[in-house]
Design a protein around this ligand. Structure first.
Ligand code: GCB
Length: 577
């Protein structure tokens, strides 16, 4: 799915701004920014924790000369189920809060006039949506009749709203629908294979390096060769400009995009980018900031990439859902490698006596949706050089028999859709317990020794971590990334010797973890949990959110940031241990 872009044949109207908004139970509309979560914008606690339907509304203008164009409405992401109405007509329904969807609306708009766009969202989570959740009515004598809560089994706040831009765009009648790019490196040549989806027939494809043509081709599918290519690499990004022209008698379309030439591969104990062993230094992140919640914010995004550079990180995981396209464009430009995760988190009840992969919970309906999400995700992001691996889920109950069958299908389908990128699943169970890790290319493990277990005992880390990671390698013989480790840390809390929740404890813990990683040659990465403090649902274990950030929610460094900065800036991106 192409990102809407302007060209001499295409126009884009970004409808970001202040819309009208109401919940199902309100009669009156209030003002609401788009994109943003609606939760933290007003002073109303009922709206903050609101569960159910909300209505967004605004008008837009369609010029008369768009009559001979195709017109689309495209929503970058909205949580979690959406219905979009143009002048009262339902034009698209969509399930899932983290990927874009669109509809052609040429037949429903008034040309040369104003039009009304209404988006109805429902933020209720169910077992057949990702991430899943369940609405529970509590029936006991301590709760009033009809008392409801939304249960979900993942650790971030269920921020809701139109989170990414809404755009109206035009294309010619016959147009370039989609483009896919695969790059290879053979001897001293960069090979760029492209494939165009369109009803048109005559294509001219031009690849430019800073304005200079370096390769050209004609046809719907083709291969271009670039002599002595400048490769895209983490820490050293390089992008070429691809121009696709559709030329027909009365029809002309142009789409331009930036591409990077690079390869990714897993071989033995190594994760290779451009045939060189790569070591992931970075974080699990979140799309999260105060007031805007999960709403796209260019200020936060650019700040985050500057902080990643400052600290010497070369990668992050889009824990626990696909991030905005705008973030991936920045990753391409900044040269940051991305492990892109499906919104499959909370497929776990954290109770071994209750089955998760069973009828009525994670079942064939969830699977069908999961397969759809993988397809949409790959179609959205396959052309980003920064995306180097797919993660199909985080911390699912992979010890269950049902999980094996389920993920085998998800992983097979992902491989079919994209044979060029390695696949992982992020695990929290023991190496012998998972029934799924045997199907993936890279083992990703989250570990919280001295935090959730043996609280406060930093001396246990070396023993436990080394023993366990070696076991993963002995069983699976695959490269391993420690995809999460960290400690809740209240910025400004100090103690020596280090006690839990202080900045000293976070620093000592992370030091002890990475000392073990440095000894093991099958470890290909360290992602600290988390880049920044982030909001969660309220709980006795969460102090206004999860405080495991290396940066505060306001993006200021805690003590450990300086330790990581020194370590990572000394460490090369590519190395042979
Ligand atoms: C995890 C989860 C992550 C949580 C983290 C924590 O294992 O993957 O979503 O936020 O632990 O802090 O407990």
């Amino acid at each position: 799915m192409l990102y809407p872009k302007e060209s001499e044949t295409r126009e884009v109207k970004d409808l970001s701004g202040v819309w009208e908004f109401r919940t199902e139970i309100d009669k009156d509309y209030i003002l609401m920014p788009v994109p943003a979560s609606f939760n933290d914008v007003t002073q109303d606690i009922n709206l903050r924790d609101y569960i159910g339907k909300v209505f967004y509304k605004r008008s837009f203008f369609v010029p008369s000369y768009w009559r001979d164009k195709n017109i689309f409405v495209r929503i970058g992401a909205a949580t979690h189920s959406s219905e979009v109405y143009v002048n009262g007509v339902l034009v698209v329904k969509h399930k899932g809060g983290f990927l874009p969807f669109e509809a052609e609306i040429s037949d429903y708009v008034n040309y040369g006039k104003e039009n009304i766009l209404e988006i109805v969202l429902d933020n209720t989570l169910t077992w057949d949506i990702l991430p899943p959740g369940e609405l529970k009515t509590i029936e006991d004598n301590m709760h009033p009749k009809g008392y409801r809560i939304l249960n979900y089994y993942f650790d971030f706040y269920n921020y809701s709203g139109i989170h990414r831009p809404v755009m109206i765009y035009s294309t010619p009648k016959v147009y370039i629908k989609d483009i896919s790019i695969i790059t290879e490196i053979v001897n001293n040549f960069g090979i760029v294979k492209y494939s165009i989806e369109s009803e048109g027939k005559n294509f001219h494809v031009i690849l430019r390096d800073k304005g200079e043509i370096v390769a050209e081709s004609r046809g719907k599918d083709g291969v271009m060769e670039v002599r002595s290519p400048k490769l895209w690499e983490p820490g050293n990004s390089y992008l070429y400009n691809l121009e696709v022209r559709l030329l027909e008698k009365d029809n002309f379309d142009v789409y331009r995009m930036e591409i990077g030439i690079r390869t990714v591969k897993v071989e033995g104990k190594q994760f290779l980018i451009n045939e060189k062993p790569f070591y992931f230094k970075g974080f699990g992140k979140h799309e999260d900031a105060d007031i805007r919640g999960k709403g796209l914010d260019h200020v936060i995004n650019v700040k985050d990439f500057n902080l990643l550079k400052w600290i010497g990180a070369n990668s992050f995981r889009t824990s626990h859902y696909p991030y905005s396209e705008e973030i991936l464009f920045l990753a391409d430009k900044y040269g940051i490698a991305v492990i892109e995760e499906a919104p499959a988190v909370g497929l776990n009840l954290w109770n071994r006596d209750e089955k998760v992969f069973t009828k009525g919970r994670v079942d064939e309906k969830t699977l069908e949706h999961h397969l759809e999400v993988m397809r949409d995700l790959i179609y959205r992001d396959r052309n980003h050089p920064s995306v180097v691996m797919w993660s199909v889920a985080n911390e699912a109950a992979t010890y269950e028999d049902g999980a094996e069958e389920y993920f085998k299908k998800v992983i097979e389908e992902t491989r079919k859709l994209d044979p060029t990128r390695p696949i992982t699943i992020v695990e929290n169970v023991a190496p012998k317990e998972t029934k799924v890790s045997k199907y993936v290319d890279v083992i990703c493990v989250n570990r919280y020794y001295s935090w959730y277990t043996d609280c406060g005992d930093l001396s246990i880390i070396e023993y436990q971590l080394e023993k366990e990671l070696k076991e993963w390698f002995e069983i699976y013989k695959k490269p391993l990334i420690l995809s999460e480790f960290g400690a809740d840390t209240i910025s400004g809390f100090h103690s020596d010797p280090p006690l839990m929740f202080t900045e000293e404890y976070q620093q000592e813990m992370i030091k002890k973890f990475v000392e073990v990683l440095d000894k093991l040659d099958f470890v290909v990465g360290e992602h600290v949990w988390n880049f920044a403090d982030f909001m969660t649902k309220q709980h006795i274990t969460r102090v206004v959110g999860n405080r495991k950030g290396v940066f505060t929610r306001n993006r200021q460094p805690k003590m450990v940031a300086h330790f990581l900065r020194e370590r990572w800036n000394k460490m090369p991106n590519f190395w042979k241990k």
